[in-house]
Design a protein around this ligand. Structure first.
Ligand SMILES: [Zn+2]
Ligand SMILES: [Zn+2]
Length: 385
């Protein structure tokens, strides 16, 4: 059983002597990250949400925590256990733990900052996710992209009401219009009341009596739409853009979901990217290395010039300020780092051959300058001569 191996302290990322406040803080942060309302029903997020809720529910309670510290969850779960009834949480238990301690649904909405979201987030249209591949040049300048979405739009026939001929929905009789049904459940710890959305109206509180022929009462139809997406300069593959209200329409005129744009930045063979900084490998010749040169290097904002000092060594990094990528976080631009690679010619024409022969002759004589001498001493040492 995989859950036996889980350590509640590790699950919450806290130390074994963490106090009540730390436990609560850690749980709150993780629960908000993995809450199903924020993860589009992603199964692994839901799994995490259940795990952190279970861990929190044990560790927040001094008695349960003491038992857990002594015996671990597995020992307490078995038939010979101390009777705390630890077990892997299901989603509704996890949600009720979260709601119990973090102020219920309205609290949840304000925690998430989703003010326009309707009750339980169920009426609102679904979020639509698209992935955009952008080049490094587009990251450098920012870009505007048009994207075609296949999604759900308000039904034109009933104007979204879902009722035949635009008929308005009427209050649901199962839940009396509240959209919620309450259910009391008996558990080891006593009775607890869970609130779920009404099965008749799906949480909306209203129902359509005679459905529209075109959308069958849903208030939406399939449609294609083109959206223009502004990609700000400086983005990376870790960034998401959220276009509020640009997702699918909600059922029966409920608010639309969001359009979530995941970004993938294509590798640029010329550069290594490190945040806003770029690294470029520049091959130079022996003579350029020895004599120094002003050389042209590519950058996402056009060619730049790097001043190579005389006597540069392979592997030296020269920095061209402000020629990296724009910074999304704090404005300004990163730097372009030019990594020098002294290139050895593989074929010499007769003239070059002659010059290198002449060079070799000079190098074999005792050197006047101290750096050159040090170099030859090192070579001699390496050869054990
Ligand atoms: Zn319709
Ligand atoms: Zn209802």
């Amino acid at each position: 059983m995989a859950d036996m191996a889980r350590d509640y302290y590790e699950v919450l990322g806290i130390s074994r002597d963490a106090g009540e406040t730390d436990i609560k803080k850690a749980y709150r942060r993780l629960a908000m990250e993995y809450h199903p309302d924020r993860n589009n029903g992603d199964k692994s997020a839901e799994e995490k949400f259940k795990q952190v809720s279970e861990a929190y529910d044990v560790l927040r309670d001094p008695a349960k925590r003491a038992q857990y510290d002594r015996y671990g969850a597995a020992g307490l779960r078995g038939p010979a256990g101390a009777g705390f009834g630890f077990h892997p949480f299901d989603l509704s238990e996890a949600l009720s733990v979260f709601m119990r301690d973090f102020g219920g649904l309205s609290g949840l909405e304000s925690l998430f900052g989703g003010g326009e979201r309707s009750r339980r987030g169920q009426r609102r249209g679904p979020d639509v996710q698209v992935t955009l591949r952008v080049t490094l040049d587009e990251v450098a300048t920012g870009a505007t992209r048009k994207v075609k979405l296949r999604t759900l739009e308000r039904c034109p026939k009933c104007e979204g009401s879902g009722g035949k001929g635009g008929q308005k929905p009427v209050p649901c009789r199962t839940c009396g219009g509240s959209g919620e049904v309450r259910r009391a459940t008996q558990s080891f710890f006593g009775q607890f009341v869970s609130v779920t959305s009404c099965p008749t109206c799906g949480g909306e509180g209203t129902v359509v009596q005679e459905p529209c022929e075109q959308c069958r009462g849903d208030g939406r139809v399939r449609a294609e739409r083109t959206v223009e997406i502004e990609i700000p300069a400086g983005v990376s593959g870790n960034n998401y853009l959220t276009l509020r209200g640009h997702g699918a329409a909600g059922p029966r005129n409920a608010g639309p979901g969001d359009l979530i744009v995941a970004l993938e930045v294509e590798e640029d063979p010329r550069f290594e990217r490190h945040g806003d900084d770029l690294v470029y490998d520049l091959p130079i010749t022996f003579s350029q290395a020895a004599l120094g040169a002003d050389l042209s290097v590519p950058s996402p904002s056009g060619a730049a010039t790097v001043r190579v000092p005389p006597g540069v060594q392979s592997g030296t990094i020269l920095t061209v300020r402000g020629k990296g990528l724009p910074s999304l976080a704090h404005g300004g631009r990163g730097n372009l780092h030019v990594r020098i690679q002294v290139w050895t010619p593989q074929r010499l024409n007769p003239e070059q051959k002659e010059l290198f022969d002449r060079m070799a002759e000079i190098e074999s004589k005792p050197q006047g300058d101290s750096v050159g001498r040090r170099f030859w001493n090192r070579i001699r040492d390496a050869l054990g001569a």
